[in-house]
Design a protein around this ligand. Structure first.
Ligand SMILES: Nc1ncnc2c1ncn2[C@@H]1O[C@H](COP(=O)(O)OP(=O)(O)OP(=O)(O)O)[C@@H](O)[C@H]1O
Ligand SMILES: O=P(O)(O)OC[C@H]1O[C@H](OP(=O)(O)OP(=O)(O)O)[C@H](O)[C@@H]1O
Length: 232
């Protein structure tokens, strides 16, 4: 059974601690620079280290049986997620909210409806569409559609998204926030009804992987320890 774990970044250390409480000892090879390691405490588990952003794709391709990543990334990257993955357990860390934020200076803009009005004004007065910077294209499109906002442009931003407003490449952003410090530092505020998704690190199982009898037994054992029914 292949277990995909973030190779570095904010989720890895907490994920290793989380598995330790269920009797799985995960050890990175040589000082943590090599992307390899071992799992002790449950037979037949092989460690695969990869970026949190790649875990959804690897689960969908069936190249890993289990994977740890944020629910935001699963929702964004797997449109057909019910057929692709099964949630085993939320892990209680990596909490973050995907939100829509606008400049604090926009005193009259507090809701998605207000943002829709801004979009219409921008179009009417300046002849260009409202630009929204994000890396969560699918989730943002769906959310704007639910709020009846159609006249806007998504600007791809793979990092430093909150800076796009100051840099004048976008008027609004849709990004992850946890402490709120980055929004504050960039003079942005969250719209009252601008919460797209609440995310946390979660253990998922792949419905697309080939599950041998040994893999299923390992999954059963792990789920019994966690105290949750095996989803497959
Ligand atoms: N403050 C935060 N900022 C961004 N992501 C966060 C935050 N808190 C928790 N997360 C979660 O962490 C996950 C992303 O983790 P990380 O940035 O380590 O992965 P990544 O984007 O694959 O990293 P890499 O920079 O190696 O590509 C997402 O699921 C996200 O929701
Ligand atoms: O609410 P906060 O605690 O301030 O955290 C939110 C910030 O952290 C993340 O960025 P990250 O550190 O991953 O850098 P990036 O912008 O390059 O993705 C995220 O994209 C926000 O910018």
């Amino acid at each position: 059974m292949k277990l995909g774990l973030p190779s570095k970044g904010r989720l890895q250390a907490d994920a290793i601690d989380w598995f330790a409480q269920w009797g799985l000892t995960i050890t990175r090879s040589d000082g943590g620079r090599e992307y390899a390691g071992t799992v002790a405490g449950l037979d037949g588990v092989e460690l695969v280290l990869l970026s949190a952003g790649e875990v959804p794709r690897e689960l969908a391709a069936g190249r890993i049986h289990l994977g740890v990543t944020g629910t935001d990334l699963i929702h964004e990257k797997l449109p057909d997620r019910a057929a692709t993955v099964a949630e085993i357990a939320p892990m209680g860390f990596g909490h973050a909210d995907l939100i829509v934020a606008v400049p604090k200076l926009w005193a009259d803009v507090e809701t998605m409806d207000d943002l829709d009005e801004v979009a219409s004004l921008l179009r009417a007065r300046h002849g260009h569409r409202l630009r929204v910077a994000t890396k969560y294209h699918n989730l943002v499109r769906g959310f704007f559609r639910e709020h009846g906002i159609a006249d806007y442009l998504l600007v791809d931003s793979q990092g430093a998204t909150e800076g796009t407003v100051k840099n004048e490449t976008a008027e609004a952003v849709a990004d992850i926030t946890s402490s709120g410090a980055t929004l504050e530092a960039n003079h942005l505020k969250i719209l009252g009804d601008g919460l797209i998704l609440k995310s946390q690190a979660t253990l998922f199982a792949s419905r697309r992987a080939e599950w041998t009898a040994e893999d299923r037994a390992a999954l059963q054992t792990l789920c019994a320890r966690i105290g949750t029914p095996a989803p497959l």
